[in-house]
Design a protein. Structure first.
Length: 233
């Protein structure tokens, strides 16, 4: 075949694309299990961060298994339902009407024997999704810790929600007052919420992301209110 012909060039390109595509597909399939393990380990790390546990890189899974002593799903009425809590897609759940949601709960038992309840949240920031985990004490009202993550918020601004300087503000805040469920609000520094909610300062220059966190907590943690009420009673 004439190597200078258009037919040869076309065949060469087709064969090259097929070989490269096959190689990429094989690489992707061979690494899929490892990718899924890394995704699961990162999720475990974030859950543990909400209770102030920062494991070494190689101990994330073992520490998760050590401290997370129970996992389950609850419905809007606060009842446990069937399913694997770790596999719940919180983004899909919060898109449903509140009465239809099935939310994961991770119970943590710390080294001192104290129990914490870890709740999941998912919402929208300025440039993409944001999410988080909020842990509460055994009284089902006092926030013990929090972790927040994001997909593409602006570094130095909205991305600061991932820093301890922001999340540490939540510790000690109350989510029940006079028997009413009042999720913690995020407000502009120096301001207060209109209601009786406990609050933290938002990120300076990250107003939209801060409002997104506040809306996320209101939307998602309210789904756990009946569950928390049952623990309290």
């Amino acid at each position: 075949m004439n190597k200078q012909s258009n037919t040869y060039t076309l065949i060469y390109i087709i064969v090259l694309v097929a070989l490269v595509g096959t190689g990429l597909a094989f690489t992707s399939m061979s690494l899929r299990d490892r990718q899924q393990q890394n995704i699961a380990a990162e999720k475990m790390r974030q859950i543990l961060a909400s209770v102030h546990i920062v494991p070494d890189k190689g101990q994330v899974i073992s520490d998760f298994d050590k401290y997370i002593t129970e996992q389950y799903i609850v419905d809007a009425a606060g009842n446990r339902v069937e399913g694997d809590a770790f596999d719940v897609d919180v983004a899909k759940q919060v898109a449903l009407p509140a009465a239809e949601r099935r939310m994961p709960v991770f119970e943590c038992t710390l080294a001192d024997g104290s129990r914490k309840y870890i709740l999941a949240a998912y919402g929208a920031g300025l440039w993409g999704p944001i999410w988080g985990y909020v842990s509460v004490d055994a009284d089902a009202s006092t926030v013990y810790g929090a972790y927040f993550g994001h997909q593409g918020e602006t570094p130095g601004l909205g991305a600061e929600i991932e820093k301890p300087a922001f999340s540490d503000q939540f510790q000690g805040k109350q989510m029940f007052k006079d028997g009413r469920f009042l999720p913690v609000e995020v407000v502009k520094a120096g301001q207060k919420p209109a209601g009786d909610n406990d609050y933290v300062d938002g990120i300076s220059g990250g107003t939209v992301t801060s409002k997104g966190v506040s809306a996320m907590l209101d939307n998602c943690l309210t789904s756990y209110s009946e569950y928390l009420n049952k623990i309290r009673s």
